[in-house]
Design a protein around this ligand. Sequence first.
Ligand code: CUA
Length: 347
Amino acid sequence: MNSLQLLPQSASTFASEYDPFFWCLVVVCGAVTLGIAVFVVYAVIRYRRRREDELPEQIEGNYKIEATWTVIPLIIFLGMFGWGAKTYFDVEAPPADSMKIYVVAKQWMWKLQHIDGQREINTLHVPVGRPVQLIMISQDVIHSFFVPAFRIKQDVLPGRYTTIWFKATQPGQYHLFCAEYCGTKHSGMIGWVYAMEPHEYERWLTEGAAEGSLASTGEKLFHQFGCANCHHFDGHGPCPDLRGLYGRPVVLQNGTTRVADDTYIRECILKKKPAPVAGFADFMPSFDGHLTEDQILALTTYIKSIGPQPGTGQPSSSGTAPKNYGTQRGIAGPGATSNAGTESDSR
Ligand code: CUA
């Protein structure tokens, strides 16, 4: 069907999932439209008025026909709903072993940040056969990350992380578009995604690692902006010890619990929503306007990387904290996830 060029290239696992669904919708809707059109034309001719004084025969209804044309479409359309819902849940649930890449959109460029330190503008290099999760935020207005060959499109919002994932299946070069009108140069906010064989991707990674990992950039910022003055790594500082924080539930002074994810950490740095952490005075200043989204992502990645031994700057493989790190003020121990009062919004 691709030879007809009705669809873009198919280069991700979503393509083989969405395309049959797309064609199903086209065929069902086309068949219904065609059926109705043919019947209208037929009825116009067959039941046209033949004499000036002709009156039509009165019809009182037919339960069998009415039940048939109600139940059959109901089943078909509920089936399509279920199929569509499954694909939706698939695209909304990145696999746990996804490789994470941060995306910052701004007028009018895409900045892409790999955890290992590579930074790209308007290009994205990814390996084939491996799930890649994009964690995205905008520095200014709403943009939309759109790669037709991967069948992914996700709005990128200011002030909120959104995420999308894909698994490339074919090595190649694919268009990246901004799909949300974002100002005069919206049409120029385009780029390329390069899907590479894993060994080529590894080679590409090693070629550009001079800048250091994202976590080490974050560590520098952590000292540069004076975070280390209050957040000590011995549990005795005036502010919460951030070791092993990432992914943990945090009890706040207002009694609610938040999971320390990217959104929570960003809100803490910018002093947006969260109440102060239980057991601590509120010394934290707001860095709103002092840090770019890239820098916030670097700080978050650094915080994610620090287990009981701070300062190594090594990102932990899955972003989870070491399990043996003990309970400290406000930060609950393992397994203490509380559903009650949780206001977490990791999206
Ligand atoms: Cu960014 Cu349109």
